[in-house]
Ligand binder design. Structure first.
Ligand SMILES: Cc1cc2nc3c(=O)[nH]c(=O)nc-3n(C[C@H](O)[C@H](O)[C@H](O)COP(=O)(O)O)c2cc1C
Length: 349
């Protein structure tokens, strides 16, 4: 793979910016190896936490794909699902991950442990297990979208910067020598403040933003698709994520790496996330839509686009974010609005 694709998240040098994000496709050693074989720079393994009811939720999980109009279809453009956590003993799971991480390191890649927050004590205990297993990267997800629907206390969404800072400080204290990445919710508009709190408390990178919660009424059955609210993502989410990446870059400066997630479907989308400030991206839905080959497709598309533009990936990072202007800086164009409404709406002089 070419030099143009390389990137860096803190001390971790990566061959390309495409990471397979946490989700059911990487809940087995076979899935993790398949993601790495497809060319992913790394894998965030399926999350665990200390709550048996969060893992038990996996038995009630369900998934569908939606087309662009929001109708359930077998091959769509959005994943709509209620998920659960990996029903594994964290110590045993991390031992498996550490073994694959050692193999991956030989190729400049990585496998990370991931925790979906339930409690600070649980997060500290499980992060400590990840370090003892010898893992190099720990991702702390404080914003899983299912928090409101899961059993009480099984999943916690942290949207308060002060509490987030306290949590990250505690997790940081048991992850010395590891890269600590904090993944934020998509269900708060407070992301720049949360990103700042996480980085000031010692996070090495901040990932944003989690998927949204949605209700999809089915026009065939007239009932809610999957019977419940559920997490919803799609390519449509990418511009929203890009704006929060840019605002967070402004709050943090360019020294703290950002990782984009939610909406990447093509190599061009990786470039868009990078221009908004991301040093890498985490993808899952493409793997649900088209298998692990989707990761290879995205990497190949990005490589071809960079080659055609004679650019390196790292040169993209933050380019559009740093060029972002306020409304007030735009030149005045009185009457310009008339070109964008039906002619009947424009009064004749
Ligand atoms: C079926 C499914 C399961 C997921 N499980 C987890 C999880 O356990 N932990 C986590 O941090 N994120 C989880 N995610 C979120 C993904 O890692 C990713 O951030 C999100 O899907 C947005 O990226 P995408 O548009 O590429 O899918 C899950 C996503 C899906 C679709």
């Amino acid at each position: 793979m070419s030099e143009r694709l390389t990137t860096r998240i803190g001390v971790l040098a990566l061959p390309n910016p495409v990471i397979c994000g946490s989700g059911e496709p990487v809940m087995t050693a076979a899935g993790i190896r398949a993601a790495l074989a497809a060319g992913a720079a790394g894998v965030i393994a399926k999350s665990v936490n200390e709550r048996p009811d969060a893992a038990a939720q996996l038995d009630r999980a369900d998934y569908t794909q939606l087309d662009a109009a929001g109708a359930p279809v077998s091959q769509g453009v959005s994943v709509f699902c209620r998920s659960g956590l990996a029903p594994y003993d964290p110590g045993a799971w991390f031992a498996t991950l550490a073994e694959i991480d050692r193999e991956a390191a030989a190729n400049g890649r990585f496998v990370a442990a991931s925790l979906v927050l339930a409690s600070a004590d649980g997060a500290v205990r499980i992060a400590d297990l990840a370090r003892r297993a010898g893992l190099r990267v720990f991702e702390l997800n404080v914003g899983a979208p299912h928090a409101s629907e899961a059993a009480s206390g099984a999943i916690l969404q942290e949207t308060d910067p002060v509490r987030l800072g306290e949590l990250v400080t505690r997790v940081r204290s048991v992850t010395n020598g590891m890269s600590l990445w904090v993944k934020l919710t998509g269900l708060s508009s407070n992301l720049p403040a949360l990103a700042l709190a996480a980085s000031q408390a010692g996070a090495d990178a901040v990932c944003m933003m989690g998927r949204f919660m949605a209700l999809v009424p089915d026009l065939e059955t007239l009932a809610p698709v999957l019977n419940t609210s559920a997490a919803y993502g799609g390519g449509w989410a990418l511009p929203i994520v890009c704006r929060f990446l840019a605002m967070s870059r402004r709050a943090l400066g360019s020294g703290i790496p950002l990782i984009g997630t939610n909406g990447v479907r093509s190599g061009g989308d990786v470039a868009r996330m990078a221009l908004a400030g991301a040093s890498a991206v985490e993808c899952v839905s493409v793997v649900m839509h088209e298998g692990f080959g989707g990761l290879k497709r995205i990497i190949d598309q990005l490589d071809a686009w960079l080659a055609a533009k004679q650019l390196r990936f790292v040169d993209l990072i933050g380019g559009a974010a740093d060029a972002l202007q306020p409304y007030g800086a735009q030149s005045e164009r009185p009457g310009h609005w008339r070109s964008f409404v039906p002619p009947e709406a424009v009064e004749q002089e």
